[in-house]
Ligand binder design. Structure first.
Ligand code: ZN
Ligand code: ZN
Ligand code: FE
Length: 743
């Protein structure tokens, strides 16, 4: 007989019934069970059948399952007379938890069939789909340790649940209208409102109301995406004047609002059901204040059964934005959103673990993952080299933490920006859960160099060996890890803000780096940032300061009153509260403000995006760059600013200026990379940092560098932005710690 131990995503994805069916088909005897170490299988039979059984496990795997490792031991036969599924046992080690899975086609077929037992049942699911991560309390994954524990299965559900040949066998969230969770429509005062909750919701949305809709990983704020007034009201209540909203769209209406390729549709329809950023169609029925001055729009498809009941041909486009208050994490209970919503569509299945929707930006052949959250978490990621149990705390914005065991690491869901207590509570809560579920007890902790970050203070308070990592070294290391690189590379990190080893604000960095070390070979020349990060919301102040320090006449700048000019001039002269920065993000802000795009912004990267959008997605490689100079480690940008000021005075077309600006960045990157290759014999280039979310920069750089025979590694499976800082920290700290121990 064989004893197989299978590890990976093998619980909550129909794995045991799948094994049961295979064993019965092959006439093998024994049993299968879940334990905290994964799935254990005991099988007896003749050798060739056993071999075939093992091959079939791999080739016929259920769609949501993922095998990471299989260990096989041969043992003496025990003479079992049947094959069965046994109850879970507690073992050693940890098992993986499946991410939440979008409702599958089979379930939607039943859901749409008036003759089906679960017709229009809003919580329909099966072993291939439904909530997982969001409903789990403890491992191993079993109904009594999920938020389904208080729902007693009816006879019909129980017979499916216990029938190994049923597609709902041991589907832990199994339910029906007799026995399962139910929807409820409530008012702003949280009191129940009579009538059909779905119909009430649809009516309210059609009347232009804002409805908080409880979903899988948290609440969404919903309103009709074609209703200008409703959106304006949502913006007012959410204090979000300009930032685009994502739209949940009925699939058959999708082509009315966005352009998409087949591959985009595959993404949209995947079990992750992410928000995908796609080019807007125009003219379109969507309200103009939905994503103002933005040629793209984030769309996603219904992924919970009740989404299908609301979003259809009659109400095809709904804003469904994360239900949170400003600077707070996504809400899991209605009362948290009382100040924003008119009504709520809620239900009585608690959300135990929150996660925001994941976001993907397709850029030609490659996708850029902007947010890795629902549908991905808590699936672990293979580490490029052995690690020790480590906690990497992340930075400040787009916060995530990463926790490792020896061969893989767990990246937290998107937590938010570490401003508020609520966000840090969410961080702490999720951290404690990850430690418990995956049996991780860190021996090493790592944080950013920036002394003021909440995450830095948290790391320092832990009384564990601590490593502090420079931000752009971490950015580079994260993308190295994504590609399994473990050697010296050229790291190009174009970013907004990161604390430098010289205490300046870095962000336009060209490094030679491996995990243990980095050298900063080139960076954008330092420019003055009056008020430091506080000026980020006022690109016009950045432009004024940059131009003054470059000795460029500022009289063409609009949107900066003379009193403000005086204050900044004084600051510059006295060097009072002026920070030095090499940030690429700030250079974008400066140029955008020079072009009079946004003197002041209301969300991160608003003006940088506007500058990108001016180029209308056209190839920028064909256009002439502006001037720059490269001298002793500095990329001089004053000539660039002078050229742009000149072009503006000569009334050059904005679009041309924007394209030439992008082209200039590509060009000086190429020149510096070529020098690095010549002097250091390095040919692998790793791209990272928030600016790599700019399609023209990331695709343009990749194309130009590959054309010049570099091997280019770009962010794909990990976010280019600070969402993956914790991953880079993890790798660097482990290597530094190991070297220290060996000395
Ligand atoms: Zn299903
Ligand atoms: Zn039932
Ligand atoms: Fe960053």
């Amino acid at each position: 007989m064989y004893k197989l131990m299978i590890n990976g995503i093998v619980q909550g994805v129909g794995f045991r019934p799948f094994i049961y069916k295979l064993a019965v088909e092959e006439d093998l005897k024994g049993f299968v069970l879940n334990n905290t170490g994964g799935v254990e299988i005991i099988v007896e039979g003749d050798k060739s059948t056993l071999q075939r059984f093992m091959t079939r496990i791999k080739s016929e795997l259920p769609p949501a399952a993922k095998i990471e490792s299989v260990s096989v031991r041969e043992l003496p036969d025990r003479g079992y007379n049947k094959f069965e599924i046994k109850l879970s046992t507690k073992g050693n080690g940890s098992t993986l938890i499946s991410p939440d899975l979008a409702v599958c086609d089979d379930c939607i077929r039943e859901f749409s069939d008036p003759d089906d037992f679960r017709y229009h049942y809003s919580f329909i699911n099966c072993t291939n789909c439904g909530p997982r991560y969001s409903i789990i309390k403890e491992t191993p994954y079993d109904r009594p340790v999920t938020s389904m524990r208080d729902f007693n299965m009816c006879n019909k559900c129980r017979s499916e649940y216990t029938n190994p040949l049923d597609r709902r066998f041991h589907a832990q969230p199994i339910a029906c209208q007799e026995c399962g969770p139910e929807l409820q429509f409530i008012g702003k005062d949280l009191k129940s409102i009579n009538g059909d909750p779905i119909q009430n919701t649809i009516d309210a949305l059609k009347q232009g109301k804002i409805v908080g809709i409880k979903g899988i990983g948290g609440f969404h704020l919903a309103c009709d995406a074609t209703n200008f007034e409703a959106i304006a009201e949502m913006r007012r209540r959410k204090n979000r004047p300009d930032k685009p909203f994502a739209i949940m769209a009925n699939e058959s209406n999708l082509a009315e609002i966005v352009e998409f390729a087949k591959t985009d549709l595959v993404l949209l329809r995947s079990t992750i059901a992410p928000i995908v950023i796609l080019p807007k169609r125009s003219p379109s029925i969507l309200a103009t204040n939905l994503a103002p001055f933005n040629p793209n729009i984030g769309v996603f498809l219904p992924y919970a059964p009740h989404h299908y009941q609301i979003v259809d041909e009659k109400l095809p486009f709904l804003i469904m934005t994360s239900g949170n208050l400003q600077d707070e994490p996504i809400a899991k209970d209605a009362f948290e959103l009382q100040q924003i919503c008119d009504f709520f569509l809620t239900h009585n299945r608690p959300i135990l673990n929150r996660s925001d929707d994941s976001i993907i930006l397709p850029t030609g052949k490659f996708n850029v993952l902007l947010r890795r959250s629902r549908g991905y978490v808590p699936t672990p990621i293979q580490a490029p080299f052995p690690l020790i149990p480590t906690l990497a705390c992340g930075a400040e914005l787009k916060l995530t933490f990463a926790l490792s065991n020896n061969k893989e690491y767990f990246l937290s869901p998107y937590i938010g920006n570490s401003g508020s207590k609520a966000t840090m509570d969410f961080y702490e809560e999720t951290l404690q859960k990850y430690k418990r579920w995956f049996n991780l007890d860190p021996e090493l902790v790592v944080c950013d160099l920036q002394p003021d970050f909440t995450t830095t203070k948290l790391a320092e308070a832990m009384k564990l060996p601590l490593v502090k990592v420079q931000h752009h070294h971490a950015h580079t290391a994260a993308i190295m890890a994504e590609h399994g690189l473990d050697e010296k590379v050229i790291g190009i990190s174009y970013d907004g803000t990161g604390f430098g080893t010289d205490k300046a604000i870095w962000g336009g960095e060209i490094l030679i780096a491996n995990y243990e070390n980095f050298e900063r070979i080139y960076h954008l020349e330092y420019m003055p940032l009056p008020g430091g990060d506080a000026s980020i919301k006022h690109p016009i102040r950045i432009a004024y300061a940059y131009l003054r320090s470059a000795g460029i006449d500022t009289s063409f700048l609009t949107g900066i009153p003379s009193w403000e000019q005086k204050v900044i001039s004084k600051q510059l002269v006295n060097n009072f509260n002026v920070f030095q920065t090499s940030s690429m993000g700030r250079l974008f802000d400066c140029v955008a403000a020079m072009l009079d795009l946004y003197p002041n912004i209301t969300f991160e990267a608003q003006s940088a995006m506007a500058l990108e959008f001016l180029c209308e997605n056209e190839d920028v490689l064909q256009i002439e760059p502006f001037s720059f100079h490269i001298k002793s480690g500095l990329i001089g940008i004053k000539p660039l600013l002078r050229d742009i000021a000149e072009a503006i005075k000569n009334k050059a077309e904005q679009k041309i200026i924007a394209k030439r600006f992008h082209r200039t960045i590509l060009e000086f990157t190429l020149v510096t990379a070529q020098r690095l290759r010549r002097d250091n014999n390095l040919n692998k280039i790793v791209l990272s940092g928030g600016v790599m979310q700019n399609k023209l920069i990331v695709s343009g750089l990749a194309e130009l560098l590959v054309k010049n025979d570099f091997e280019v590694y770009r962010p794909q499976k990990l976010p280019a932005n600070d969402g993956s800082i914790s991953v880079g920290q993890l790798m660097i700290a482990n290597r530094i710690n190991k070297n220290k121990m060996e000395k």
